[in-house]
Design a protein around this ligand. Structure first.
Ligand SMILES: *Cc1c(COP(=O)(O)O)cnc(C)c1O
Length: 367
């Protein structure tokens, strides 16, 4: 019993913290294993890119200074890359911070926050942290049921979160459907379109979502440098919205929320098209490698548009997760997403995928 819990806000008292993927070093220490394969947090398996490394080294002498709190250079680069105005951009300590800023800026305990069943675990946490009421809308075939979500909007709804593609299911919504949903929302409901896996989507299926906030001033699109751009450890992401929404988020944002190394690294990552292309090629090949293995093991999976895939077992997945851990392979249980028979596996390098497949095969054969 925490003696101070009654001092915490009501929302925080009932908060269940986010459980991150198990760190590779921790497992290596615990089991004294020679090698650990971590496919648990949808990280980029290629390691830090050369351009990012060079930018970080060049910025090291400046670390006595505070970062540029306006993120001028990165916003300019994003503005050029994506054709949005700098005034529309909010930089965050990961795109998680963008989601949090929205909750803290707009949501009070009187409000409801709408999101889908099986959607990203941060949405209920952020909602609970500000003491608001979560409205979880049942999924349709593991994806968002936009009609049901629209029907769940009430006078109390202040924010709706949509993850596209969704984590941990990898499901993707049709662009016209998303746009129609945003258009149908009352303007006093802020819509967060969370596109953390945007780059992994087949180009033919990607939405022109960054152009939407000018038509829908209550929309904010969140993107990140953590996944395809490979700098999860630096913590940087961004939101694109109407300048009015950006102005409000900027009032709540800590003045130096994005650190110097993250700012220069993100700018370098944005300019490294080779790294991005290799990332997408490795992901594509790895997805084929994993799903072919699932097929031959007689397992079902949810077709995924991200850099991960949720594989389904006949029985509870937790013992399989534990058995894989013993073999030095870390994947992600998703029982907390109401998916107790699935495990989410991030796509790794060819070798990492092969080691996972071998371990999974042994586990399923009882070896
Ligand atoms: C990984 C992820 C994010 C954000 O990650 P950051 O590292 O905070 O940028 C946001 N949404 C979803 C659905 C994610 O999977």
């Amino acid at each position: 019993m925490n003696r101070f819990s009654t001092l915490a806000t009501v929302g925080v008292q009932q908060l269940v913290p986010y459980v991150p993927g198990k760190p590779a070093e921790e497992l290596q220490r615990e089991l004294n294993l020679a090698e650990v394969v971590k496919l648990a947090s949808n990280e980029n398996p290629l390691g830090t890119g050369v351009k990012v490394k060079a930018a970080i080294v060049a910025a090291l002498p400046e670390l006595t200074r505070y970062p540029d709190g306006s993120g001028f250079a990165l916003k300019a680069a994003l503005s050029t890359r994506w054709g949005v105005a700098s005034e529309q951009i909010t930089l965050g300590n990961g795109s998680s911070e963008i989601l949090e800023l929205v909750a803290r800026t707009f949501v009070t305990p009187e409000h409801e926050v709408v999101f889908s069943q099986h959607a990203f675990a941060l949405y209920p946490i952020l909602t609970q942290a500000v003491g608001a009421q979560a409205v979880t809308v049942p999924a349709r075939a593991y994806g968002h049921d936009l009609d049901a979500m629209l029907a769940s909007i009430t006078d109390k709804t202040r924010v709706v979160f949509i993850a596209n593609p969704n984590n941990p299911t990898g499901t993707l919504l049709d662009c016209d459907a998303v746009q129609a949903f945003v258009a149908a929302l009352p303007t006093n409901v802020v819509c967060v379109l969370d596109e953390a896996y945007y780059e992994f989507v087949d180009p033919a299926l990607r939405c022109e979502s960054l152009s939407w906030p000018l038509c829908y001033p209550n929309l904010i699109v969140a993107r990140t440098f953590s996944k395809a751009y490979g700098i999860a450890g630096l913590r940087i992401g961004f939101g694109v919205s109407s300048p009015e929404l950006a102005d409000l988020l900027n009032r709540v944002r800590q003045p130096f929320n994005c650190n110097t190394l993250a700012l220069v690294a993100a700018e370098a990552a944005l300019g490294d098209s080779d790294y991005l292309a290799e990332t997408l090629a490795v992901n594509h090949a790895g997805m084929a490698q994993l799903t072919a293995a699932f097929q031959s093991l007689g397992l079902r999976w949810i077709p995924s548009h991200g850099n991960f895939v949720a594989v389904e077992f006949e029985q509870a997945a937790l013992p399989i997760y534990a058995a894989l851990l013993k073999k030095g392979v870390i994947v992600r249980p998703v029982a907390n997403y109401e998916m107790p028979k699935h495990l989410r596996v991030s796509i790794g390098t060819e070798r990492e995928n092969a080691l996972f497949i071998q371990a999974l095969t042994e586990v399923l054969q009882g070896a």
